[in-house]
Write a protein that binds this ligand. Structure first.
Ligand code: AMP
Length: 281
């Protein structure tokens, strides 16, 4: 596996691969890799000639009071995991390499970036869209792989790709979960034993919402209330939102039908966790 840290080296390598007719699959990450990331790399390995993964904790998607400085890192462990997953090129630029100057150019995906996660984390999706656009221009992938775990992020990226006519296919893969349902996340490492126990409430809330829909309930408010009740039962869990939305636009539905998504976000101590479940009804 080759490790590249410079933008110009990565671009030159990607250009040479493209000229040789190679199909590049790309998995962007912030590192501290787990089985969720590895599932994306596994799929990329199956579908491409060359797999590029990136590890970059992108400062522009963190708010001033967020966890940029303490975001978990494990460079050597990540390197080994990428190697075992069949990654050919690991792109790990420093922040100063990606942003040599204070950035003045941003990609904004309007509307969808201001609701749900975007309402709680202003500027977050502007940072995400900008760094993903930059990474696409540096890595030049045919296909890029993302996790459904970050449902709204996937929607933002799809809209960006369509809106800017980017020549990249976006593939979204299912959320990989722990045995008790907790969605794998690098941020789970912040949780102590008792918080880890409580964190199962996200999946329990989503499952309770799904059950209600399956039992025939069609009023969005009843689904929201049910999810909030499950989350609210857990001491020390602060709810940011518990919503049901249209799966494409992420807007609240008047009545349920078609592809819907249940979305929850909570804070447990200083750790923010999100999860979601797609529902066809
Ligand atoms: P991150 O390192 O958290 O920025 O995530 C990098 C990529 O891995 C994103 O596309 C995430 O949606 C995806 N991802 C994170 N957690 C999971 C998971 N539990 N299952 C599947 N994909 C995931």
């Amino acid at each position: 596996m080759q490790i590249i840290t410079s933008v110009s080296d990565m671009q030159a390598h990607a250009d040479a691969l493209r000229r040789a007719g190679k199909r590049i699959g790309f998995v962007p990450t912030m590192g501290f890799l787990h089985a969720g990331h590895l599932s994306l790399m596994g799929r990329a390995r199956q579908e491409n000639d060359v797999v590029v993964a990136s590890i970059f904790v992108n400062p522009t998607q963190f708010g001033p009071k967020e966890d940029l400085d303490r975001y978990p890192r494990d460079a050597e462990g990540d390197r080994q995991k990428c190697e075992s997953a069949g990654v050919d090129v690991l792109f790990t630029p420093a922040a100063a390499e990606m942003y040599p100057e204070k950035p003045v150019v941003f990609v904004a995906v309007e509307g969808i970036s201001d609701i749900l996660e975007g309402a709680i984390r202003p500027g977050h999706f502007r940072g995400v869209a900008t760094v993903v656009a930059k990474l696409f221009n540096i890595v030049r992938p045919r296909t890029a792989y993302f996790g459904q775990k970050d449902f709204q992020q996937c929607a933002v990226i799809r809209l960006m790709v369509a809106g800017l006519n980017l020549d990249v296919e976006v593939v979204v893969l299912p959320t990989v979960r722990e045995a008790d349902g907790l969605a794998m996340s690098s941020r789970n490492s912040y949780l102590d034993r008792s918080q880890r126990q409580k964190a199962t409430c996200l999946f329990r809330a989503l499952s309770a919402g799904e059950e209600l829909i399956k039992s025939g309930v069609r009023e969005p408010d009843k689904i929201r209330q049910k999810m909030r009740a499950v989350l609210g039962r857990e001491k020390g869990v602060e709810i940011d939102y518990a919503e049901i939305a249209d799966a494409d636009r992420l807007t609240p539905p008047e009545t349920l039908g078609g592809r819907m998504v249940l979305l929850v976000a909570v804070r447990i101590g200083s750790t923010r966790l999100i999860d979601n479940l797609l529902i066809l009804c």
